[in-house]
Ligand binder design. Structure first.
Ligand code: RB5
Length: 146
């Protein structure tokens, strides 16, 4: 079973318990990287913690939630080895695993509701990378890290 690193800022905090409980009930181990309240914080701090958990091999995948999902994705994609996608629908959440081998899903708590959020999380953590013709393109993404 995969280990999932979770991070949010104050904009995503209201979905935090819902997502973590859902993943744990499904049998996943969750690394909680904060934040821990609705007090205003800076999203790059939490993106950095989740990215480090992945690049250090402590987590397989990550979920980052801020108000829009956008700041988290911009911050996460500055880390070598991270492919983070801000998604607003289930098709994108599935395809970014299948085609891009994305390792972080970024969500906007002010954009989506809890039901869609959990459907997207489920698809993201259960869909495997398709490989094949997509492997070369992911290799090209990884080369851009250098
Ligand atoms: C915080 O107000 C908000 O800017 C943040 O959660 C996120 O949406 C940034 O991209």
């Amino acid at each position: 079973m995969k280990t999932i690193a979770f991070g949010c800022d104050h904009g995503g905090f209201d979905l935090k318990a819902t997502v973590i409980n859902h993943l744990q009930e499904a049998g996943y181990t969750v690394i909680d990287c904060g934040c821990d309240s609705t007090a205003s914080v800076d999203y790059p701090i939490y993106a950095d913690k989740v990215c480090n958990a992945i690049t250090e091999g402590k987590a397989d995948l990550g979920i980052l939630i801020c108000g829009t999902g956008l700041g988290m994705s911009i911050a996460a994609n500055k880390h070598a080895g991270i492919r983070a996608s801000a998604c607003e629908n289930t098709f994108s959440a599935r395809m970014t695993r299948e085609h891009n081998d994305a390792n972080i899903l970024c969500l906007g708590a002010r954009v989506i509701g809890a039901g869609l959020c959990l459907d997207m999380v489920d698809l993201f953590v259960t869909t495997e990378f398709a490989g094949g013709r997509h492997q070369k393109r992911v290799d090209m993404l990884n080369a851009l890290d250098a």
